[in-house]
Design a protein around this ligand. Structure first.
Ligand code: NAP
Ligand code: MG
Length: 534
């Protein structure tokens, strides 16, 4: 998903005009180990796993594989870093914010300058996402998220409460402790920041597992966390004489690259992890919740799948609706929980909408993700590629009309053509299952009541969109839609300030915005009985 408050593709959509920034040649990936206590570790079981460039299917490097023992070590480091009396706990809250800003500064630097550590290039190599999208959207969103929560660090506080005057009641917002995070491969860096930034802002410590397909940018951030201590640290004392640390103390952030069934499961069931935040499939989300329930009842937030409806009314700005819904369907090769996967178009404009959507798709440039002109890259891996091709076949067999694309690009690559189906019916697999690929499904509808019922008839409830020039209609339809976000006349318009999360099986809890702070804090009520009242 994008997170820059603008749209994603092309010059007019938030990617500035020429000259484009250029990717750098990555000679060598420097950071491939497990990051615990601000040090690099090899795998306890002596194992590594490869990570591949999906554009070429060539191995980039091997990464040390964390398993249960490594997660245990990471949790121990995180627990020690966050215990009462530790530097992290004693640190002035504004210094915590300053650290998050320092990390954002280092990311800005590596976004623009450093050859070996260029974050957008690494992200493009590891995920296959087009370079300019990584540069302008993933990096921009990651940095903005860090800065947003940096600002909150010294503004998180409790209240004093009006009770019987012989008591003083107040609340304190305290850290939860060690927070686990398990993230997916579609937005590796952005999801990393969505998890660590609010957790650290609230004073917690973190153990985070990147997806097995995309560990590299997370590990690069580990090196920045270390660097924040050594090169940018300006130690000074605050008014109480305590050190106001300018670097992240060891153990505050720990990164455990590895597999879901081992490292991920160890996080979900760990007795010393008090909260776990997960983004990924609904099936694994259910496993995480079960593991949390069976271990220590740790708190769980889940950001899961979506089968997101867009409703296009006849009174809309048609070209805007065509462009936004298609961008929503194909952005990041369709590998978005927010993908615009069900586009309902009012019957009177349906044929014109389909015609313009096909014309619009012809402008997409498929190719080398490192080429700044490219807007469409490969899928992440063979498993996802096969799943998408199977769903495309099912769409053809079940009678949807293939209007555009529908085939793999090249012989053995992971590229799939942007694909448009029209005449999609609600019972078809492509109408019900999360495709997670570049497949736009267009349906027609006749009445507002009908389309609301159809839009809501999904087990998911993540996002939706409404295209109309009537604000009255936009407000009444948005009130009826069962989704955590409703976009009106736009798509994928995410901001660090705005909460994000799903209804129904799209998840529990909210990320981003002030809402996420509650997910990362314990509230303590302190009640004082006065010996006498005046
Ligand atoms: P996934 O299995 O849900 O992976 C997400 C994360 O969970 C990864 O870090 C994964 O580790 C980890 N994980 C897997 N099994 C686990 C377990 N038993 N306990 C703890 N952690 C576990 O997703 P996927 O297999 O990559 O993709 C499958 C489908 O999920 C996609 O087709 C798409 O529909 C959906 N998906 C949704 C999102 C989203 O943004 N909501 C993102 C990715 C995928 P590994 O690295 O070992 O996989
Ligand atoms: Mg990779």
């Amino acid at each position: 998903m994008a997170q820059n408050g603008t749209t994603e593709n092309g010059v007019a959509d938030g990617i500035p005009a020429l000259p484009f920034p250029q990717p750098v040649k990555v000679q060598e990936v420097r950071h491939t180990k497990i990051f615990i206590g601000n040090e690099w570790h090899t795998s306890s079981r002596g194992r590594t796993f490869p990570t591949f460039n999906p554009a070429t299917c060539v191995k980039i490097c091997d990464v040390e594989e964390a398993d249960k023992e490594d997660v245990d070590k990471a949790v121990e480091a995180a627990k020690a870093a966050g215990q009462r009396g530790s530097l992290w706990r004693r640190m002035d809250a504004s210094s915590r914010g300053r650290l998050l800003h320092t990390l954002a500064d280092l990311m800005e630097r590596d976004r623009l300058l450093l050859a070996v550590g260029s974050l957008p290039t690494l992200e493009t190599l590891d995920t296959g996402k087009p370079f300019l999208q990584a540069f302008f959207i993933d990096l921009e969103g990651s940095i903005k998220t860090l800065r947003y929560y940096a600002g909150w660090a010294d503004k998180i506080h409790g209240k004093s409460l009006p009770v019987d005057e012989s008591f003083v009641c107040l609340t304190k917002h305290e850290p939860i402790g060690v927070c686990g995070a398990i993230i997916p491969w579609n937005f590796p860096l952005l999801m990393f920041m969505w998890k660590i930034a609010p957790a650290l802002s609230c004073g917690n410590t973190v153990v985070i597992k990147p997806a097995e397909q995309t560990p590299l940018t997370a590990l690069h951030v580990g090196s920045l966390i270390n660097e924040g201590i050594t090169s940018l640290g300006i130690p000074h004392t605050n008014m109480s004489g305590l050190p106001s640390q300018a670097g992240f103390p060891p153990g505050v952030v720990n990164i455990v690259p590895g597999f879901g069934l081992t490292a991920g499961a160890a996080i979900a069931s760990h007795m010393d992890i008090n909260k776990v935040a997960f983004t990924g499939s609904t099936e694994v989300g259910q496993l995480i919740k079960e593991a949390a329930a069976k271990s220590n009842l740790k708190r769980v937030t889940l950001e899961l799948g979506g089968k997101n409806p867009c409703i296009v009314f006849a009174d809309c700005d048609l070209q805007l609706a065509v462009e936004e819904t298609q961008k929503g369907a194909f952005y990041n090769q369709g590998q978005c929980c927010t993908a615009a996967s069900r586009v309902f178009v009012e019957k009177s404009i349906y044929e014109e909408f389909v015609r313009r959507s096909i014309e619009n798709a012809k402008r997409i440039v498929t190719g080398d993700p490192l080429d700044p002109q490219t807007s469409h890259g490969p899928q992440i891996d063979r498993k996802q590629f096969d799943k998408i091709m199977d769903l495309i076949e099912s769409g053809k067999k079940e009678g949807a009309r293939l209007e555009y694309g529908g085939a793999a690009v090249g012989e053995k690559s992971l590229f799939i053509e942007p694909t448009i189906f029209s005449e999609v019916k609600d019972h078809m697999r492509i109408a019900k299952e999360e495709i997670f690929g570049p497949v736009q499904c267009i349906f027609s509808f006749e009445s507002q009541q009908e389309v609301i019922e159809r839009a809501n008839s999904s087990k998911y409830g993540l996002v939706s969109a409404v295209f109309t020039t009537s604000m009255d209609r936009a407000m009444s339809v948005s009130a009826a839609l069962e989704t955590g976000t409703v976009w009106i006349n736009c798509y994928n318009a995410l901001h660090a300030q705005t909460p994000f999360g799903g209804y129904k099986m799209s998840g529990n809890g909210r990320e981003l915005g002030k809402y996420a702070l509650a997910e990362y804090s314990e509230v303590k009520a302190v009640t004082i009985k006065l010996s006498k009242t005046l």
